[in-house]
Design a protein around this ligand. Sequence first.
Ligand SMILES: C[S@@+](CC[C@H](N)C(=O)[O-])C[C@H]1O[C@@H](n2cnc3c(N)ncnc32)[C@H](O)[C@@H]1O
Length: 219
Amino acid sequence: MLESIPTKGRTLDHAAGVYDLVEPLILLGKEKTINENLIRLLTLRTTDKILDVGCGTGVLTGMISKKLDAGKAGLVTGIDAAAKMIEGARKKRKSTTCRFEVAAAENIPFEDNTFDSAISTLFFHHVDLNLKQKTLSEIWRVLKPGGRLVISDMHRPATFMGKLVSHVSRWLLFQPEIGENIRGVLPPLIEMAGFDPPMLHAMYFGYIAVFSSQKPVRS
Ligand SMILES: C[S@@+](CC[C@H](N)C(=O)[O-])C[C@H]1O[C@@H](n2cnc3c(N)ncnc32)[C@H](O)[C@@H]1O
């Protein structure tokens, strides 16, 4: 049996069994379209090594894996600190181009310069400022120079509905980590970790932003 990694992040072992039912509801049935748009931003090659940070049950990881070629060593790795998430992901989505490991985002168990791209969706509002910083430094470390970063997460809300949903969830869930995202901490933290200034590509539902950046080629 897999063991969860102790972390200050809000892990979702307790929700792993229902996550694939609840997530599409939260994203109002647009999960597939949003994921396809995110994958486009990775500008994948079939040979790429990709890291999915806080992968949950691996829905996005599984979609990425279908674009890769195992014969050419293409591989996507999903990590999550919650063992039950990883058990579910392995059961449903493991393949020759897709693997899942229990690991904390703030302590990524891979060598420097391993990955061509990294992606993370709806993870950063589960960790506090300190872990947000540590995670971004770790992603920077394991990316190759020139490696791409795509992050989709809660951000400064852009519409009335976006404000309502994000502020209500911050208070109903007693989650100050959401408050940090709402204040707009992600872009400066991405830059502070050494990445190029992030580009904002989209705002879904007025509160979920999509950013891309890259580790500078000379770093
Ligand atoms: C809302 S889910 C997002 C899952 C998936 N990326 C998605 O978009 O559906 C956040 C995930 O982050 C994981 N998590 C929380 N803290 C973590 C940490 N410190 N390291 C790794 N994963 C963590 C949780 O267990 C959970 O699976």
